[in-house]
Write a protein that binds this ligand. Structure first.
Ligand code: NCD
Length: 321
């Protein structure tokens, strides 16, 4: 079993992952925050793009599950000597790895790698494609904050689309180039939330009619109706010419400052997958405010990624109890 896209997740898997996440949050509070679930297994992070939190949290998750971890970095590898991606993956396969956590600038790479290896492949971001594990972190963060307690008494597998029902989420900014947005639109909608995309017309995809979302180009028009403002980073590395007039113009129209936060209301929350650009997507005051869940997202990244690894290990029949 691989995790390439949010489409790979069934209702039962979301539930299992939320349950396991709670268990691993408890494990993280122990003096020795380690369990033997993946003893004897090896995980390799294979990153062809830079990363701070995704790589560190996957490697921490693997260690807390007692797996061994290897770290492959494109810039320091034999790729610079001309080795192909195919041969790199074959090499890792021959060394013997059980999980390959892959990040690449080209959409579709994780799925291609999955055809070349025996290991379970986890997509840690493929260009403008998807980023399903970030999405699960964001869902777990929202479920812990907003899910309704009465759901516990119902047949849980039939109620996954009610977990976040009624919740209004605006995804703001560079939707066009964002793999996080692509995964989150699907996952938030699967859990019953209503998603509105907000941003400059040049950064909202053309084929949007087929997506289960509303679109608004004016943040001030919708902000007071929202429960969650999910900010995206401008993915400058994915486009050649400027698609917004200027950074100043962008932050004036779509950036979150204290005046806009006030209009969101005291129960509204702010999210961002990181890395944040203070002064562009949001001001420092907003980023550090009590309404910001940005560090909660990072805190949840280890237990959620532990949950993902434990679930996949179980599905491929390899985990220890
Ligand atoms: C995101 C990514 O790399 O896709 N970051 C992350 O994984 N936390 C978002 C981004 O780089 O803007």
């Amino acid at each position: 079993m691989n995790l390439i896209s949010v489409d790979d997740l069934t209702n039962e898997m979301y539930l299992e992952l939320f349950g396991l996440t709670e268990m691993f949050i408890e494990v993280s509070t122990r003096p020795i925050p380690k369990v033997p679930t993946l003893r004897g297994k090896t995980l390799a992070t294979v990153f062809f793009e830079n990363s701070t939190r995704t790589r560190l949290s996957f490697e921490t998750a693997a260690k807390r599950l007692s797996a061994d971890s290897l770290s492959f970095s494109a810039s320091t590898s034999s790729l610079s000597k001309g080795e192909s991606l195919f041969d790199t993956i074959n090499t890792l396969d021959a060394i013997g790895v059980d999980f390959l956590v892959v990040r690449h600038s080209r959409a579709g790479t994780a799925s291609m790698v999955a055809n070349w290896t025996q290991a379970a492949v986890i997509n840690a971001g493929d260009g403008c494609g998807e980023h399903p594990t970030q999405s699960l972190i964001d869902c777990a963060t929202l479920v812990r904050r907003f899910a309704k307690p009465d759901l516990e008494s119902l047949d849980r597998s039939k109620t996954i689309n009610k977990y976040l029902s009624g919740l209004k989420i605006a995804i703001v900014g560079d939707v066009l180039h964002s793999r996080v947005a692509r995964s989150n639109i699907k996952a938030f909608t699967n859990l019953g939330a209503k998603v509105t995309l907000v941003g400059p017309p040049t950064l909202i995809p053309d084929n949007i009619e087929s997506w289960p979302v509303d679109v608004c180009y004016d943040l001030d028009q919708v902000i007071s109706e929202m429960d969650v403002i999910y900010l995206l980073r401008m993915q400058n590395e994915r486009f050649d010419e400027s698609m917004v007039p200027s950074t100043l113009e962008y932050s004036k129209n779509w950036g979150l400052d204290m005046a806009r936060l006030k209009r969101l209301g005291p129960d509204g929350v702010i999210m961002h997958p990181g890395p944040i650009n203070r002064g562009v997507e949001l001001t420092s005051e907003v980023a550090d405010s009590t309404q910001s869940l940005i560090l909660d997202q990072v805190r949840h990244s280890v237990p959620v990624r532990m949950a993902i690894l434990a679930m996949l290990a179980n599905l491929i029949g390899g985990g220890h109890e």
